[in-house]
Design a protein around this ligand. Structure first.
Ligand SMILES: C[S@@+](CC[C@H](N)C(=O)[O-])C[C@H]1O[C@@H](n2cnc3c(N)ncnc32)[C@H](O)[C@@H]1O
Length: 149
């Protein structure tokens, strides 16, 4: 996977954040969620999800070292209370595996880069606690001019 440029990506942040704004306006979170954000990019959504679950934890994962570095930098500027509940790790999302570990699996604008959706959603269901939620926003961008390999 080629690396991403957080600075370039975030130049269009307001436009890109619009679907997440709509999702968050409808997403009910409890006080103790266990959240994973698959393809977290520079971490803004991961942090916002953690803020909305008072005692919950959130792990943001992404395959881009530059994005993870940007996310960790963003987290460093947050209060200690939030820093304790959030972390970021490098991960190739198709390799994501967990056993009933998460109450919320969130992903914005990432699954479209991953070809095998059947395997990916199967892994997500395995990783979900009973009663948990999967929230995925996936733009249809097959016809865009630039595509990552
Ligand atoms: C369009 S950005 C979305 C970032 C973030 N979710 C947001 O809403 O701002 C897509 C992200 O998916 C990540 N990504 C793409 N393919 C990936 C893969 N196979 N494994 C992990 N991350 C991947 C990229 O590094 C990038 O950060």
């Amino acid at each position: 996977m080629a690396d991403w440029d957080p600075e370039l990506y975030n130049r269009f942040r307001r436009y890109r954040a619009e679907p997440v704004r709509h999702i968050l306006s409808r997403l009910q979170l409890g006080d103790d969620e266990k959240i994973i954000d698959l393809g977290c990019g520079s971490g803004e959504n991961t942090l916002e999800l953690a803020r909305r679950s008072k005692h919950g934890s959130a792990l943001g994962v992404d395959g881009s070292p530059a994005m993870i570095e940007a996310a960790r930098k963003l987290l460093d500027a947050e209060p200690a209370e939030l820093r304790r509940r959030v972390s970021f790790e490098l991960l190739n999302v198709p390799e994501f595996r967990a056993d009933r570990a998460y109450s919320l699996i969130f992903s914005n604008a990432t699954f479209q880069w991953i070809p095998d959706h059947r395997a990916l959603f199967a892994a997500c269901f395995e990783a979900l606690r009973p009663g948990g939620k999967i929230v995925v926003q996936m733009p249809a961008n097959e016809t865009e001019t630039a595509k990552m390999e």
